[in-house]
Design a protein around this ligand. Sequence first.
Ligand code: HEC
Ligand code: HEC
Ligand code: HEC
Ligand code: HEC
Ligand code: HEC
Length: 407
Amino acid sequence: MPGIGIFLFALLAAFCQPGNGNTSEDRSKTRVLDLSRGAYISSEECGACHKAIYREYSMGFGGDIEQAGTADRSIDGDSVALPSHVSYAGTGHSLAGADTFPGHAREVEMGGESCSVCHFPMYFEIPDLDRPETGRPRPRPPGREAGGVTCTGCHLTPDGKIRGPYRVEAPHETVADPRIQTSAMCAYCHSLGRRQVGKQTQTFLEWRDDFHRPGLGIQHCQDCHMPRTIRKTAEEYNVPNRAVARHIWTGGHSKQRVSGALSVVMVQPDEGKPDLQIHIINIGAGHSVPTGSTRRGLFVFAEALDDTGKILRSREWLLAPTLEDHSDTRRPPPDDPAIQQASAAGSQHEPGLRAGEERILKWTPDLATGSYTVRTRLVYDLNRFNDRSLSEDQTEAIVTSTRIRVR
Ligand code: HEC
Ligand code: HEC
Ligand code: HEC
Ligand code: HEC
Ligand code: HEC
């Protein structure tokens, strides 16, 4: 039974490894990483050993992120082998540092200092789930903002170690911190100020107060945004396979993600009458839809069509986070483009759908006796303030239709 022999040999080999997990044949790859440069260690350097994670982080590999108008980043040095072209774009965390990024956080407001807390972090302590404000990251000093939210930006502890979920032997100092697998890890950057229903930049607080506490689900941010696979974390090392989280963080730039957030049902409650109900249900997000920035918007288009497909009647709604009440945080200056755009657009929108919410929009199109197709389209817009004809940043998430008869 050679199978068992090989199995026993493998078991023996696993037990006979030296403490750092390297066998003689891959010991040549052992390079001790000095963590004294702390936050100034680039993501590429970490990627030399954590190849798959780096590929996900920098290229969105395994996700479906579309970043309209953002260029590929060039990679310094030859330590990381990456394919020359990949069908999708890098994650927001890696692109937060790209010079090509629109409205680059480095240039805005106090030389970008207050923006850097989240866009160019050095390190932070994972906060308490109940008090996310205590986990405020330390921003990079002006002139040294680089890389965006880098590997160390999330993994470096204030005392200069690398935190992770496991107790491992690695060529760098690590510390096992189970909180890295909880939403507390994302809390500070993904929420600002205290909880105000409907306000922008509340993602973590929406998760905690609307989803987690009432018991709508047990998922933390990572469970939805960092799907796990059994594999090695460091490919060229003789380390065990583990459940490794894919570093893809798909959000508003992912059709897959946006399309999985909601369900839509159209109802004609009374036979023969043109009264319609559009039920929109938040089935997929552990927070509001849309969430995050006030720029995000969800358009709901209701349309009544004749048999030739011509749209006879239509109506639209906009669901979006609001910017209005900033009594708890420093209000952006009046000349801030976001403030100007938001006040020009007015508050002609409804709040987003909270976790688990079912919203019923009512519509009574003025239709003569006859048969019609009625249709609802949900369109997710990354920037509802730009020209409406600009469809590059819009995703048609759901289309549903039904036939009605009007008497
Ligand atoms: C140090 C701050 C910081 C931490 C910690 C952080 N994020 Fe982010 N995140 C950002 C910033 C800044 C962006 C926006 C980057 C950009 O688009 O310029 C972002 C973008 C995202 C996006 C993409 C949004 C889009 O526009 O498509 C997702 C999803 C996301 N983060 C999820 C998470 C999750 C889940 C965690 C916790 C595991 C987390 N983030 C932790 C700062 C952070
Ligand atoms: C020279 C190779 C090498 C480099 C460079 C490297 N790592 Fe590692 N790292 C490893 C190995 C090997 C492990 C152990 C993997 C295992 O046991 O699954 C590890 C483990 C980890 C873990 C898991 C720790 C835990 O407690 O679960 C994290 C997180 C991590 N590294 C992050 C980083 C970051 C961030 C950088 C860049 C600052 C980096 N690594 C650079 C080789 C490296
Ligand atoms: C936005 C924050 C963030 C950034 C940026 C980030 N990580 Fe992670 N990383 C996490 C979180 C959260 C986990 C724990 C995931 C889980 O299992 O729930 C993790 C886990 C890991 C692990 C342990 C294996 C696992 O999935 O549990 C390694 C190794 C690792 N990261 C390396 C890296 C490297 C290398 C980079 C840069 C290319 C990087 N990380 C960038 C948040 C981040
Ligand atoms: C049950 C799954 C689930 C959980 C848990 C979850 N999300 Fe999401 N997330 C989604 C879905 C679906 C979307 C797309 C719809 C939307 O934008 O709300 C999304 C979108 C996002 C976006 C994109 C916003 C943008 O502007 O592009 C960010 C950022 C984000 N989530 C962060 C988080 C953070 C941080 C947590 C934890 C506090 C979290 N999510 C918990 C499913 C989840
Ligand atoms: C509390 C943390 C935090 C601070 C402070 C912060 N941001 Fe962000 N920023 C984020 C997150 C998280 C996202 C991801 C999108 C979302 O959640 O809607 C983001 C996204 C962005 C984006 C991309 C928008 C898009 O449509 O994808 C830009 C540009 C940006 N921020 C610029 C800035 C500027 C400029 C400042 C300073 C005035 C700033 N940010 C301050 C957390 C922050």
